[in-house]
Design a binder for this molecule. Structure first.
Ligand SMILES: *[C@@H]1O[C@H](CO)[C@@H](O)[C@H](O)[C@H]1NC(C)=O
Length: 369
């Protein structure tokens, strides 16, 4: 207790920042008394101290912060190939193992991700804690197979897995939980959308499933030919069907990825479906592109409010473009030349419509990051 105080006094006298002095002070104390450790602190069951020792919480000496017993430089839940572990504390411990050269890798990353101005970590322990934590965050939304070993002390920061990393889902896509025995085609159609099989890869993970279903019995892999997954098996299902279990679809043998299918269904399975809103064109068409309205769209476009139009197009992307193309087509068919008054009325209607399109587009754009 006296030494840190003395250190702070010294720091004050020398005008050093207190933190830096404390850091130096601690460094010295570590050399003098190895029984003073920093540790990972947050683990529920395990702790790793800065000597790379992993122990259970009750084996921690709370006075010194050191593990009293345990395994040093343990790579228990890690794989050497990709340097990824399923336990954070093993990741830190293994990372500190001399043959993994933490001193050398310390300079690979910045304290703030990709921010050189934040500098590098000062000790291998700080570095290992940070690198193991950072990669865990970055793999959180990836495939379920990745999730198991999400703590990596590699520069890549990702486990090697047999499935290609999932492409990010488009912002327009909605994740819809189907009813029991309902194929995704029907689940999406019920909400005025269409199932897009190419986007299953982006939701085929336990996080996505848990966001929609309780998964009381856990989450894991289905058989590769159970194409009614990813999904949730209802609690009322017979025992052998694993009631209340969430399942992701693993890669199909001999193929690069799982064999996703929008039209499959099974008795007690509620599917998780990638649904894409139907293009605005389809909606507009179904509302009846009645004469004045259709002509109005054409007039508005010709009136040359191009800034507005460009913004709307940028925000709604392909859907709006397609809608406009169709509206213009409809307008071209229905436009009667020479009736100036009608055209003027149509023009006003068209501008209102444009504003509506924009207002609808805005919340969507705001929803994107
Ligand atoms: C999806 O499943 C249906 C019904 O079994 C089948 O007819 C269809 O060919 C499958 N589609 C794909 C893309 O595999």
């Amino acid at each position: 207790m006296h030494w840190p105080l003395a250190g702070l006094l010294l720091a004050a006298l020398l005008g050093l920042p207190a933190g830096a002095a404390a850091e130096q002070q601690r460094g010295r104390l570590l050399q003098q008394t190895p029984q003073d450790c920093s540790n990972t602190a947050s683990g529920r069951w395990f702790i790793t101290d800065d000597r790379g020792m992993v122990c259970e919480r009750q084996q921690l000496d709370h006075q010194s912060g050191c593990c009293t017993t345990g395994q040093q430089h343990s790579c228990d839940t890690c794989e050497a190939e990709d340097r990824c572990c399923s336990q954070y504390e093993h990741c830190v411990s293994c990372c500190l193992k001399p043959e993994n050269e933490p001193e050398a890798h310390m300079h690979d990353i910045y304290r703030g991700r990709n921010k050189p101005e934040t500098g590098h970590w000062e000790t291998p322990f700080q570095y290992c804690q940070a690198v193991c934590r950072t990669t865990a965050r970055s793999t959180q939304h990836e495939n379920a197979f990745i999730l198991d070993r999400k703590y990596c002390f590699s520069k890549l920061g990702r486990p090697h897995v047999p499935v290609p990393p999932a492409p990010p889902l488009p912002h327009s896509l909605k994740l819809v939980a189907g009813a029991a025995a309902q194929p995704c085609d029907a689940a999406c159609a019920a909400k005025g959308m269409a199932c897009k099989a190419e986007h299953f890869a982006g939701l085929n993970d336990c996080n996505s499933l848990r966001a929609k279903f309780m998964c009381e019995a856990g989450c894991g892999a289905a058989a590769s030919d159970q194409r009614e997954f990813p999904g949730y098996i209802e609690g009322s299902a017979p025992k052998h069907q694993r009631p209340a279990f969430c399942a992701v679809l693993p890669p199909f043998p001999g193929q690069a990825g799982p064999a996703f299918n929008c039209s499959q269904a099974a008795g007690s399975v509620r599917r998780l479906c990638p649904c894409e809103p139907l293009p605005a064109a389809a909606v507009a068409a179904s509302q009846g592109a009645g004469g004045a309205e259709g002509a109005a769209a054409q007039q508005a476009a010709e009136a040359g409010d191009t800034a507005q139009q460009a913004a709307a197009v940028a925000q709604q992307a392909a859907a709006v473009q397609e809608a406009q193309a169709q509206q213009q087509q409809a307008a071209a068919q229905q436009q009667q030349p020479g009736d100036a008054a009608a055209q003027q009325a149509a023009l006003q209607l068209g501008q209102q419509q444009q504003q509506q399109v924009q207002q609808q587009a805005q919340p969507q754009a705001a929803g994107t990051e």
